[in-house]
Design a protein around this ligand. Sequence first.
Ligand SMILES: NC(=O)c1ccc[n+]([C@@H]2O[C@H](COP(=O)([O-])OP(=O)(O)OC[C@H]3O[C@@H](n4cnc5c(N)ncnc54)[C@H](OP(=O)(O)O)[C@@H]3O)[C@@H](O)[C@H]2O)c1
Length: 274
Amino acid sequence: MNSTLAVIGGGNMGRAIIGGLLARGGDAACIMVADPSPDARAYLRAELGITTVSSNHEAVVNAETIVLAVKPQQMREVARDIAPSVARRDPLVISIAAGIPTASLTAWLTGGAAVVRAMPNTPALIGRGITALYATAAVKPAGRDAAESLLRTVGSVVWVQDEGALDAVTALSGSGPAYFFLFIECLERAGVALGLDPSVARQLALETAAGATELARTSALDPAALRAQVTSKGGTTERALQIFAAGGFEALVDRALRAAAARAQELSREFGER
Ligand SMILES: NC(=O)c1ccc[n+]([C@@H]2O[C@H](COP(=O)([O-])OP(=O)(O)OC[C@H]3O[C@@H](n4cnc5c(N)ncnc54)[C@H](OP(=O)(O)O)[C@@H]3O)[C@@H](O)[C@H]2O)c1
């Protein structure tokens, strides 16, 4: 992307997107970041060679694409702040904030702004995220392409046609890395309880997670078939899986995702109020 890009909020996700863009040949001179924190600005200038400003208005005034990468509770103030510039130039606005509906964003931006809502996840920090995208009717095909190619710099991209699906996306892939971290922690602790050295247990848990994921990604078989393949009758895996089943593992995962999706809806009501 060599069109002008403004990133509002130079925190974890803002930096991940800028880093991804630069790693894929993006021109640092075309990017401007606004962040109130002098430390964040100093980091972005020194480490990524990006022009930084403290004023959101200054960042967006010449931007063709604007990424809103602030916390959901900051979004209303930020959107209202940049609304006059957006109304003048009609840039593409991409929000990555969890739970903020496009209807709220569009209202705060005072009218017919072209808004794409994105839900990335933290593996974006290493270019291995997955982002779900939803575009409002005001976004033209070129805007959809621009949003997709921007988010592709930090991993894979999927489109959803219904904005409501983003609550489920948030519950599955947005919060999902934490579920896998928890499972890795549990495997490691259980391995140590069985007598393994902590560093060995960690290595075994991490490599097993990475290897199993890669196998599931690349195999022609689906995960259930792969599981069946390694579960011999009367064997050790079968014994362990019986314990998971008896403890209601599947129902627990289902409840956890429903709770996360419900929380995403609550956030929409809390911070999306117009
Ligand atoms: N992290 C994730 O896994 C993840 C996944 C999907 C979506 N998201 C979404 O991504 C967004 C950013 O998350 P993050 O983890 O990158 O948060 P973060 O690290 O806290 O970054 C937000 C940045 O915005 C700055 N900021 C605060 N108020 C501002 C303002 N008025 N104008 C401009 N910048 C302002 C913050 O500065 P201060 O620190 O000084 O306040 C901070 O540097 C959130 O809306 C979140 O829902 C995050």
